[in-house]
Write a protein that binds this ligand. Structure first.
Ligand SMILES: Cc1ncc(COP(=O)(O)O)c(C=O)c1O
Length: 417
């Protein structure tokens, strides 16, 4: 391997990851259709089941001691002072914006190359999402594009660590400091990623993680927002449960008190203990999961990087990516089929794929609401027409990865111009 090793692979192996329990649930191995390699599968073990059953048997299933324990574990893992467990990554981002007081007439700069949740939470606050195009190396927001879009109304940056590859945080923090902006990170993809030796989660003002089933660890549905800021943390915690001064665990237990006050307009975003139990057992396996992802990514790199028709992703040396996604770009000018036909050919070969993302400015809602049009963010569109997310998850075997490589190589060989 040597030179050909995907950058980010070697440094992601630093330190000994904990062993994963050998007891993989047998029914977990069933594929949705025989012979078909799913785009995505969760890894759930007996310890995940045991954690959830323990909560069920305890009789207290909503937000309580397990959610608190999960918050402590995530805060420690990412190195942040505070972590607030919520019921989605979307809720985590929204809480951060709401607690930061982002409101009508404010502008928040984000990327077009993301899931709709990133922009919708800005609109929930009555604020205006402003898009800055991506760089074509990492598909992350381009700091140079941000500069041109800062106005007196800009209040925050909302960068997305696309595919788990951290954004250029030094540049983003410098822009934010100069213009007095908050940095709220959409780290839905980036649990376990690091930028210049620091884990994502304690770099910007607040960081939002997702534990949706496609993510590197899952709670079914769930999210977490982390911050170093005590005031922001207190506000986010209050807003996560109706703006109440006291949560249920602190009202219903022997040591609790019935009295509470609603001090703000809040939301119903709290994470139940049932889900937090899954989060704890999954978090214990995260380093090992990410190590397997890195190994699969390196195998993909070895198997694909020599094809001129394919551009394989590379991690920059200053980051550790968690390889949340493995996104290749095809070069349609060298092929007789386009991206949609390439995906169809992979499906016929029994391989599931996905596309991350349809740029925000191509969706009807955003076009109507903000007047965004095709052509406004050419890098995002250029990438969109070429990207394919190949299957990449720890449950895949080395043989599964080779099967995908062979399928890609066969399609390229058949359709080379
Ligand atoms: C970039 C990005 N941001 C935010 C989210 C939202 O996370 P959740 O589904 O947990 O609300 C996703 C989810 O899939 C995502 O990919």
């Amino acid at each position: 391997m040597g030179e050909d090793l995907a950058p980010g692979y070697a440094n992601s192996l630093a330190g000994e990851p904990p062993e994963i329990a050998a007891t993989i649930m047998p029914d977990n191995d069933d594929k949705t259709s025989p012979g078909y390699l799913d785009y995505c599968r969760c890894w759930l073990d007996d310890d995940d089941v045991a954690g959830v059953v323990e909560v069920l048997r305890s009789g207290w299933i909503t937000t309580g001691p397990k959610a608190q324990e999960f918050e402590g574990a995530v805060a420690e893992y990412v190195g942040a002072r505070h972590a607030i467990a919520v019921n989605s990554g979307t809720a985590a981002m929204h809480l951060a914006l709401a607690a930061a007081g982002i409101g009508p007439d404010d502008e928040v700069i984000t990327t077009p190359f993301t899931f709709c949740a990133t922009a919708e939470v800005i609109e929930y606050q009555g604020a205006r999402p402003v898009l800055a195009d991506i760089d074509l190396e990492t598909f992350n927001i381009d700091p140079a594009q941000i500069e041109a879009r800062v106005t007196p109304r800009t209040r925050a940056l909302l960068p997305v660590h696309y595919a788990g590859h951290p954004c250029e945080m030094d540049a983003l923090l410098e822009i934010a400091r100069r213009h007095k902006l908050l940095v709220i990170e959409d780290a839905a993809h980036a649990v376990g990623s690091a930028y210049r030796g620091r884990r994502i989660g304690a770099i910007g003002d607040a960081t939002a993680f997702s534990f949706y089933p496609t993510k590197n660890i899952t709670t079914g549905e769930g999210g977490m927002v982390t911050t170093e800021n005590d005031d922001l943390a207190a506000r986010m915690r209050r807003l996560s449960l109706h703006g109440m001064s006291r949560d249920a665990w602190n009202r219903y237990t022997a040591a609790g008190s019935w009295y509470y006050e609603v001090v703000d307009l809040g939301y119903k975003y709290n994470m139940p203990d049932l889900l937090a139990a899954l989060g704890l057992s999954q978090l214990a396996k995260l380093e090992r999961f990410n190590e397997i992802r890195a190994r699969h990514a390196a195998a993909y790199h070895d198997g694909l990087h020599d094809l001129p028709e394919i551009i394989a992703p590379r991690a920059q040396p200053q980051v550790r990516t968690n390889w949340h996604l493995y996104v290749i770009m095809i070069r349609p000018e060298l092929l007789t089929l386009d991206r949609a036909a390439f995906i169809e050919a992979l499906r016929e070969a029994g391989i599931g794929t996905s596309v991350h993302f349809i740029p925000l400015h191509l969706h009807p809602h955003y076009q109507r609401r903000h007047g965004w049009k095709p052509g406004m963010f050419p890098n995002a569109e250029w990438a969109y027409e070429r990207v394919i997310s190949l299957p990449l998850y720890p449950k895949m075997t080395a043989g599964d990865v080779q099967r995908v490589i062979e399928a890609v190589r066969t399609i390229v060989a058949r359709h080379r111009k």
